[in-house]
Ligand binder design. Structure first.
Ligand code: DQQ
Length: 483
């Protein structure tokens, strides 16, 4: 852990246990690798300000997934190099004990390699691009959208996927193979838009940041949907992989909150699939410039598959070490009981574990970051609402009232949600200053940003409409600072 400079220590919107650099801009997680007992997180980083530009690879490591040590920048764009305009996203590979970073250099986009020292602190760029252009039968557009290599070792050699577009046809994930990690042969598209046009989630015109990995009995292709200079959301296709071909069976949104993007997955020594995503700011650019930082990493999420093939995500259990003694631990509470139990609890670094009967009211949930004058009232001036709406069959997070500031974006994000028959809904919420990360039954996740203006918009309160809600469990912890 590294002490924060004074000006940042007083920034109430700056997260304290979600990872971010001391200052400036951060976007995608890159090169995730569990190496000699440490989780290494590289990330897209601009050391020159809190905006996207001159993209380097920042670097940090953690032994416990909670406390992070900032390390020197790993990759920097250099005039005359193939990455002169930026070192864009990519992955790390352990090549029989030699650490390698594969990434996209701009412009135009091409796939590059750097070899690391055993402590991962020094990186030597390979003199030539590994893959300089997209395959000739792919029209990657005027900017040659062709980026974000992701590599794995198969039974018969190395494989790489790269995100791209085929103009007029949509996104495409290109599959390559290699015997030596240096010479790559293009095989064919692993997936393209025309293969998934009957799936429900719109998938834009370009696919970036692919990850492809086995999970339980299936394979998952995760990618981020991009269209016309706009980043949208990551989706995961679950299906079968055989003979270098992927057959998707099911599609899901990885996160419904609207600021989670470009996730990457790491296999750790216990063979867990751990995922981080970039959480972008949801406030105006001026506010980001004034803050001096922009972009936060999500919490590490452990992935598994539901029996129906859906993606399950839960916060890494290591995060429990940040808990202070429980500030509230209630069982079988009605609305008044829950309200009383929460009235004494407030904070900017909280974990909530709530279970409720989804049949007990038309809408059930809770509000976080609530202004104090309204903790017991109907209309708080500032609050962020997290709730299940049985009438519409949705779970939602509402930041319409999260901030009185004109610079903060306000929206209601909604995910289809059907409770498990006969079971309570399990809601886990992490509040970390301007980050609110929500896990519903491990099946639906929302990461949102909330920027209250009142210094004391720190309260919690249960919420219900149309019925008598029953909270089976209501537990809250304050969490220690870790970054
Ligand atoms: N961010 C990187 C690209 C990637 C995009 C550039 C996704 O490599 O496609 O910073 O956010």
């Amino acid at each position: 852990m590294n002490a924060l400079p004074d000006d940042l220590a007083h920034d109430r919107h700056r997260p304290r246990y979600h990872f971010l650099p001391h200052a400036n801009w951060m976007n995608d997680p890159n090169g995730l690798i569990h190496w000699q007992g440490y989780y290494h997180l590289f990330y897209q980083y601009n050391p020159h300000g809190p905006f996207h530009g001159t993209i380097h690879w920042g670097h940090a490591r953690s032994a416990d997934l909670c406390h992070w040590e900032h390390l020197p920048v790993a990759l920097a764009p250099a005039p005359g190099d193939w990455d002169a305009d930026g070192c864009w996203s990519g992955c790390a590979v352990n090549a029989d004990g030699v650490p390698l970073l594969f990434y996209t250099g701009t412009s135009p986009q091409r796939q590059l390699l750097a070899t690391g020292s055993p402590d991962l602190l020094h990186w030597q760029k390979h003199p030539e691009p590994l893959i300089a252009t997209p395959p000739p039968d792919i029209d990657a557009g005027p900017h040659q959208d062709f980026r974000d290599p992701y590599i794995w070792r198969g039974d018969d050699g190395w494989y790489m996927v790269i995100g791209s577009q085929d103009v007029g046809k949509g996104g495409v994930i290109l599959l390559y193979c290699s015997d030596d990690l240096l010479n790559w042969k293009y095989l064919h598209p692993l997936l393209r838009t025309s293969d998934v046009q009957n799936f429900p989630i719109w998938s834009g015109s370009m696919w970036e940041c692919p990850n492809f990995f086995p999970l339980d009995e299936s394979h998952v292709l995760m990618l981020s949907v991009w269209d016309q200079q706009v980043t949208y959301y990551p989706v995961a296709f679950t299906g079968d992989y055989a003979g270098q071909c992927f057959t998707p069976r099911r599609q899901s949104r990885v996160d419904w909150g609207g600021c989670f993007y470009a996730p990457q997955v790491l296999r750790d020594a216990d063979n867990r699939a751990l995922m981080w995503g970039w959480l972008w700011e949801q406030r105006a650019r001026d506010a980001q410039l004034a803050a001096g930082w922009a972009g936060v990493m999500s919490l590490p999420r452990v992935l598994s598959l539901a029996p129906d093939g859906g993606l399950l995500q839960k916060p890494a259990p290591e995060l429990a070490q940040l808990r202070l003694p429980a500030a509230c631990a209630g069982v079988a509470l009605d609305l008044t009981g829950a309200s009383d139990a929460l009235s004494a609890v407030h904070g900017e670094q909280l974990e909530l574990w709530v279970e409720f009967d989804p049949l007990s009211a038309a809408e059930v949930g809770l509000d976080v970051c609530v202004a104090p004058d309204a903790v017991h009232g109907e209309h708080a001036e500032e609050f962020t609402r997290i709730a299940y709406d049985a009438t519409r069959g949705v779970f939602y997070v509402d930041t319409t009232h999260a901030s009185l500031s004109a610079t903060a974006f306000h929206e209601i994000v909604t995910a289809p949600f059907t409770p498990q028959p006969g079971a309570s809904v399990q809601l886990r919420v992490f509040v970390d200053h301007s980050v609110v990360e929500v896990f519903v039954d491990e099946r639906v996740c929302f990461a949102v940003r909330s920027y209250p203006t009142h210094p004391d918009s720190l309260g919690l309160r249960p919420f219900a409409r149309g019925g008598q809600p029953r909270f089976e469990r209501l537990e809250v912890w304050e969490l220690q600072e870790a970054i």
